[in-house]
Design a binder for this molecule. Structure first.
Ligand SMILES: Cc1cc2nc3c(=O)[nH]c(=O)nc-3n(C[C@H](O)[C@H](O)[C@H](O)COP(=O)(O)OP(=O)(O)OC[C@H]3O[C@@H](n4cnc5c(N)ncnc54)[C@H](O)[C@@H]3O)c2cc1C
Length: 390
């Protein structure tokens, strides 16, 4: 069998892998790029199980800039990703994000807000009275206030993934339906990827885009990453009370969040420190009844009459060092690049991450310097600080 040799092999064809593949072809359309994806239905990919929100409301400058670029891309995504006249419809709805803060969180929130505003973002401080005026159904008097990003919003994550994938394929990227079972290395350099079939694909450059499976993939090359799969759940409610206008993604200090969904539904969830680590996709209705439902009704009693329609579980790829992305070449293995550890905000980071990695790999000066996320900080144990993790 002739050897298959690529300039770049990407392990994992979710939104990060596909955005990276597309951006590599934009950077250099002569590259031979393969994306190895074990599940082309994406049933368990975080991308398709996410809440699909994008926001500029972060505290780290680079995370804000990443989101600014995300909106630039999302606003013209349908035209840019058209293939032979077929445009992906991504249903971008910029209905806002409202972060509520208690008194303990107010100072940090105001600092983040000032930074967002200094970078040109639309974001504003709302007093409890303003929250009540805009959303009278919220019991907001116990809070110090909120930050509102009117341009934040949500979109169809599956369509964004399919848009990137179809465009990348149209530009020559090869998607291979297989599991990468081993990263091949020699003398501290990556040399290729072994597939479940035993076939070996050769490349001096491999990018780990395996999402919640990233640590497992890296381990086959002897690289230990501080990334764990953490189960998060989202529930769908049909409420008797139907707000006349969509509710923004509303996030309480406890981590509880909800937003309107098309068809008069509500989506809700909560990230909790005791959420189980592991590849567990079961949805736990008790959690809804015992934790989320009481919290929703306390904050917005108008939603007391409601029916639980659906729910699902997906995985955050949690970077246990600091919850932020890990981007760039692993310092101890030449040619092994990482795009991992996105926790709960990877979807919106895909456009900037894809562009950054493509620029790094093709030797261009990055348009947006994301070196703050370099893997070296894992080796030297220097966590970044980001207050806006959900
Ligand atoms: C409930 C929930 C809500 C979320 N909400 C948001 C949100 O509102 N906004 C936001 O920005 N982010 C959100 N996220 C996070 C976001 O979904 C992820 O950060 C993002 O999708 C990560 O993309 P990815 O391509 O790295 O991972 P994935 O989409 O998981 O893709 C990784 C792919 O790698 C493949 N793979 C793994 N191992 C191998 C292997 N060995 N060989 C071949 N293929 C392999 C998998 O099959 C998978 O398709 C949420 C996540 C969850 C679970």
């Amino acid at each position: 069998m002739p050897k298959k040799i690529y300039d770049v092999i990407i392990v994992g064809g979710g939104v990060i892998g596909s955005a990276t593949a597309y951006n590599l072809m934009i950077a250099d359309n002569t590259l031979k790029v393969a994306v190895v994806e074990k599940d082309p239905t994406y049933t368990r990919a975080s991308t398709t199980l996410s809440l699909s929100n994008a926001r500029i409301q972060f505290s780290l400058k680079q995370n804000i800039q990443i989101s600014q670029y995300a909106f630039e891309i999302l606003d013209q995504f349908e035209d840019a990703m058209a293939v032979d006249g077929t445009r992906p419809g991504i249903a971008l709805r910029r209905e806002g994000n409202l972060f509520l803060f208690d008194h303990a969180g107010r100072q940090a929130a105001e600092k983040s807000l000032a930074l967002q505003q200094s970078l040109g973002c639309q974001a504003e401080w709302w007093s409890p009275a303003k929250i009540r005026q805009r959303f009278p159904i919220y019991e907001s008097s116990d809070f110090a206030g909120a930050t509102f990003g009117p341009q934040d919003g949500h979109f169809d994550a599956h369509s964004v993934l399919m848009g990137y994938k179809a465009k990348a394929q149209s530009m020559g990227v090869q998607y291979i339906n297989a599991e990468a079972v081993l990263l091949k290395c020699e003398h501290k350099r990556i040399t290729g990827v072994k597939l479940g079939s035993g076939e070996i694909l050769q490349s001096a450059l491999v990018i780990n885009c395996a999402g919640a499976w990233a640590a497992q993939v890296a381990q086959t090359a002897g690289v230990e990453l501080p990334i764990v799969p953490v189960k998060r759940q989202v529930f769908v409610l049909d409420t008797e009370h139907k707000p006349k206008t969509p509710l923004p993604l509303t996030i309480l200090p406890s981590g509880f969040y909800f937003r309107s969904e098309t068809g008069g539904l509500l989506l809700l969830g909560k990230s909790m420190s005791e959420d189980p680590v592991g590849f567990d996709f079961t949805c736990d209705e008790d959690r809804f009844m015992e934790i989320l439902w009481p919290e929703l009704v306390e904050f917005a009693p108008v939603f007391e009459a409601a029916r639980l329609v659906n729910g699902w579980a997906g995985l955050y790829a949690v970077n246990t060092l600091d919850g932020n992305a890990i981007l760039g070449e692993w310092p101890e293995l030449k040619g092994f690049f990482l795009a991992n550890g996105f926790s709960g905000h990877g979807l919106q980071q895909a456009p900037a991450v894809g562009r950054y990695l493509a620029e790094l790999i093709t030797g261009q000066t990055p348009t947006l310097d994301l070196s703050i996320f370099q893997p070296q900080r894992i080796v030297t144990n220097q966590p970044l600080s980001e207050d806006g993790l959900v």
